[in-house]
Design a protein around this ligand. Sequence first.
Ligand code: NAD
Ligand code: DAU
Length: 334
Amino acid sequence: MKKLLITGGAGFIGSNFIRYVYRYHPEIRIIVLDKLTYAGNYKNLAALLGDRVELVVGDISDQPLVDKLVERSEAIVHFAAESHNDNSLSNPWPFIQTNIIGTYTLIQAATKYHKRFHHISTDEVYGDLPLSGSNEKFTPISPYQPSSPYSASKASSDMLVRAWIRSFGLQATISNCSNNYGPYQHIEKFIPRQITNILSGRRPKLYGSGSNIRDWIHVNDHSAAIWDILTKGKIGETYLIGANGEMSNKAVLEMILKLMKQPQNAYDIVKDRPGHDLRYAIDASKIRDELGWQPLYTDFQSGLQETINWYMDHQDWWQMDKNKVEMTYARNNQ
Ligand code: NAD
Ligand code: DAU
């Protein structure tokens, strides 16, 4: 396998995965297919473009374009998606179009040209877990119970991939990962929003009680897991990716405030997200036991400090979007 087609490679996780492959697997050449929506950023890839990385600006729902690029590739890693829950609550349509129709378009092409396909999905397809009274975690056989238009659209895309594996022999794997953090994450998301609020003189915003729990993983650990699945994973299998990083939103925010030398109570409680999932937690024993993957970024506080430093050092990367993002949140009392 020498040539990868990577969809959504100008976004947060896709661009980090490309940097990972570029650094550790110099034999690989990459074609990126990305629509450069508000979440995609040319700057995320600019330094890599050249002989080894090519960017094609286009839509994953464009069947003739997708066919052409899939035919030129040996394997497809599919990151492209509308990815933000809050946006899916105010306007679900782009989520249906990109996450469902776009995935359908890609798997049709991968089937037609007999190409290896890896589908990037999320733990949110399993819905949520209780906040207390149980140590239960998501496993590959947990029932699908998505809560938001975003997670329902991702669940739909997983189901399409599973059906194409069974009915058409698509050579595919699926991974469902927990919440990623690290550099290049869009400032609409929880951790970068709070960091850039502080850096721009605004107060951080916590939804509701702040007791909701997310299972944080550094984006580089996610990239390594995807590489392992792509190269060693068993066709037809689903792998859950997580690093035992459960923390409440309030605890994460208090850690950010401490690391940025702010008073512990210097934040606002704002309107909660409708249908807000309570807790996510991943049982990653399958990928650990079968593929030998393990996370390296196990110290969340130092990963968070590095992430804060990245946003401090790259103000030109996020500053021009900040007012617009915050105006959208303010219209929603968030
Ligand atoms: P992101 O929003 O940062 O990036 C998405 C990328 O997809 C952008 O570059 C955007 O331009 C591109 N894109 C959107 N619609 C497109 C279309 N129709 N055609 C071509 N390109 C299009 O998202 P992310 O956080 O990097 O997430 C990447 C993938 O990982 C998604 O599939 C998401 O569901 C999944 N995921 C994310 C997380 C997380 O914590 N962020 C966790 C688990 C899984
Ligand atoms: O679990 C994986 C998922 O993680 C991915 O599939 C999604 O693409 C990704 O966006 C993320 O979804 P979340 O909804 O968990 O992430 P978000 O960053 O939007 O919010 C994290 C938590 O923080 C959530 O409980 C809501 C809360 N929150 C969010 C924002 C933006 C706040 O309290 N304040 C905020 O300002």
